[in-house]
Design a protein around this ligand. Structure first.
Ligand SMILES: NC(=O)c1ccc[n+]([C@@H]2O[C@H](COP(=O)([O-])OP(=O)(O)OC[C@H]3O[C@@H](n4cnc5c(N)ncnc54)[C@H](OP(=O)(O)O)[C@@H]3O)[C@@H](O)[C@H]2O)c1
Length: 292
């Protein structure tokens, strides 16, 4: 970690996820955060980030460049900062934009693609990443040190990134839906709102931690808490009647299929821009589809 402290990281596109990544990195290294509406970065500046609307100068100063712009902006932004990225590691957190496509926009940089979620704000993100074949072991050390500031991380094959976008990226929305539904259920039978929220959230954390620590299948852990003729089985029966597991299986499949569709749209739009060449690309960026 001591070596990491001297590192300079540029976060290009410090919006929701880029801002959260910036906050998570700030205690450990120097971070320059960029976006066009730079006044919206004031809170990050107060927390110790350097801020600028100038992507190129931020990338020039950095040892590691993190991209957190919308998928449609990745290629135009990469082309703009390419001279500053030569010989450096660039990690894109944008959904859908492949390493192959990024390589076309910045042939001299070494590249990684990653996906995470907003739990990085409390250092509980689950970051998955893949790397291009030019990345070095030193790049891996640097990237892993940065990802460690965000929570857990794991290297995966690039082919899984679309479904992992539906799991890690979109997952918090599904968990919040479950937690909210449990809160509403408790409100319905008269539990005060604040206790209901804490009970639902802590139960979700505890169950997840036990799942990971035990190495057991969720069905086995569920069975352990399901007494014959007891309370839990009554609730489970209602959930089964609502086809809860089918609903979640369909949700993840639908989200991952949507991520794949958008990836294809982004890819063809970016390929058209790369073929056209020039700064024209930057003006067209807003027309590309976005993934969230
Ligand atoms: N939100 C999530 O939970 C999440 C999780 C994992 C991955 N992602 C991925 O992260 C990316 C960003 O998502 P988001 O939800 O954080 O979107 P967002 O809040 O809209 O952030 C994107 C940021 O990029 C900035 N930006 C746009 N063009 C720029 C440019 N040319 N130079 C510098 N900054 C620029 C925008 O600010 P200005 O308009 O001021 O420039 C905006 O703040 C997406 O690709 C998404 O797939 C998101």
């Amino acid at each position: 970690m001591e070596r990491f402290r001297n590192r300079k990281i540029a976060v290009i596109g410090a919006g929701v996820i880029g801002g959260a990544i910036t906050e998570a990195l700030l205690p450990y290294c120097t971070v320059t955060a960029t976006r066009r509406k730079v006044d919206r970065l004031e809170r990050l500046r107060q927390k110790g980030a350097e801020i600028t609307p100038n992507n190129l100068s931020a990338a020039e100063k950095a040892d590691l460049v993190i991209l957190a712009v919308k998928p449609g902006q990745v290629i135009p932004v990469l082309r703009n900062i390419a001279p500053a990225c030569a010989g450096k590691l660039v990690v894109s957190f944008a959904a859908a934009v492949t390493l192959e496509l990024m390589k076309k926009a910045t042939s001299e940089a070494r590249l990684m693609r990653a996906m995470t979620n907003t739990a990085v704000l409390v250092r509980r993100g689950y970051t998955v990443f893949c790397r291009d074949d030019r990345t070095t072991e030193e790049d891996m050390t640097l990237a892993r040190a940065a990802f460690a500031c965000l929570g857990e991380c794991e290297q995966v094959d690039e082919q899984f990134l679309d479904v992992l976008t539906a799991m890690s990226g979109s997952g918090p929305a599904y968990i919040y839906t479950v937690v909210e539904s449990m809160i509403n259920g408790a409100l319905r039978v008269g539990l005060p709102r604040d206790i209901a929220l804490r009970a639902a959230a802590h139960t979700a954390i505890g169950a997840s931690q036990l799942l990971l620590a035990s190495g057991k299948h969720p069905a086995e852990l569920r069975d352990q808490v399901t007494t014959p003729g007891g309370v839990t089985i009554e609730g489970l029966y209602e959930l089964e009647e609502s086809r809860i597991r089918t609903a979640f299986m369909k949700a993840v499949a639908a989200a991952s299929s949507r991520a794949k569709d958008i990836a294809a749209e982004v890819r063809s739009a970016a390929e058209r821009e790369i073929e056209r060449g020039g700064n024209h690309a930057e003006n067209q960026a807003g027309n590309m589809p976005s993934v969230k």
